[in-house]
Ligand binder design. Structure first.
Ligand SMILES: C[S@@+](CC[C@H](N)C(=O)[O-])C[C@H]1O[C@@H](n2cnc3c(N)ncnc32)[C@H](O)[C@@H]1O
Length: 293
């Protein structure tokens, strides 16, 4: 089995999250291929990790990778907000959220997450749900499409992109990631088309967020995570774009104001220069940590 994702800020996360009891439990809300979980299971021989992921395919990789830890790793296939809503109060020493998707999704999932691929526009983490990216691109009205692109990626050309998508889909259904990327490229001004970031980057992010309802899950999950933590337990959240980070930042500020938690990272922690060099996705990562009072 090939591991393609490098865990972001692994050392920083390890230094913030520590067991607070004799039979420690960690909930890794976004296990992915299991990079962070493996580091924690190796660091703490008594630790048990409940590893959540909604994606069955990537979870299979984590199960294989972590099989050497036998029942110290318990995989659960679900959305993290659903799991935490029914989890026992004060049952976890530490809870980790490493939001978004994994390199696995871009390189191996074949679900059209990468605009460079010729794959079907799918983007579902939960393959049993009916809403996929192809449905959104071909069936949402022009205004709804423009609004979601703007809202979930702050794409300044959202209206032009939505208009061009609607024109193109009248000629035939848009089914592949690369076809959509070409349509987006052709709808923006040349200076933007050849800028450092591919012009489809933001729209693809917006579609993925809409398909998986990524932003809607964060605040409910954080609220439940505080309840599920043992006193003095900690929550670490790694975000990869400003929309996620804003939600986390304001949620923690509000709960710190009501005395439930203490913020341990006044400013978010970012990856070291060396890590940014060796693992480019870490460049946009921000780590925030809180402790339950
Ligand atoms: C950035 S990756 C995690 C990488 C992991 N920490 C590692 O070291 O390999 C995020 C993972 O969380 C999963 N995921 C994203 N949102 C989720 C949610 N709301 N509930 C459950 N799993 C989610 C994705 O399928 C993906 O595998």
């Amino acid at each position: 089995m090939r591991i393609v994702h490098t865990p972001v800020m692994k050392e920083e996360v390890l230094s913030f999250l520590k067991p607070v009891s004799d039979s420690p439990v960690m909930i890794d809300c976004t296990t992915g291929e299991g990079g962070h979980t493996e580091a924690f299971l190796s660091a703490y021989p008594e630790l048990k990790v409940i590893g959540l992921d909604r994606d069955c395919d990537i979870q299979k990789k984590a199960i294989e990778r972590l099989s050497c830890f036998s029942d110290r790793f318990e995989p659960v296939n679900c959305w993290f907000n659903d799991y935490l809503a029914q989890a026992e109060s004060e049952s976890a020493d530490m809870i980790l959220f490493d939001l978004g998707i994994s390199i696995f999704h871009y390189q191996e999932s074949q679900r059209g997450f990468s605009f460079r691929s010729d794959e079907n526009l799918d983007m579902r983490l939960d393959k049993s749900q009916s809403l996929d990216a192809e449905t959104i691109v071909n069936e949402y009205g022009e205004k709804a499409l423009a609004d979601l692109i703007y809202q979930y990626s702050e794409e300044r050309y959202s209206r032009r992109i939505a208009r061009r998508i609607v024109e193109e889909r009248e000629k035939g259904r848009i089914t592949s990631a690369s076809a959509l990327a070409d349509i987006i490229s052709s709808s923006v001004p040349p200076a933007y088309r050849y800028a450092r970031i591919h012009p489809a980057t933001r729209t693809f992010q917006a579609l993925r967020i809409e398909v998986n309802k990524e932003l809607d899950r964060i605040s409910p999950a954080l609220g439940q995570a505080i309840r599920v933590l043992k006193p003095s337990g900690r929550i670490a959240v790694i975000t990869f774009h400003s929309l996620e980070d804003r939600i986390v930042k304001w949620f923690f500020k509000e709960r710190a104001g009501s005395g439930e938690i203490r913020i341990l990272t006044k400013h978010p922690v970012t990856a070291s220069e060396e890590e940014c060099e060796s693992n480019p996705p870490s460049r946009s990562a921000k780590l925030r940590v809180v402790e339950k009072c």
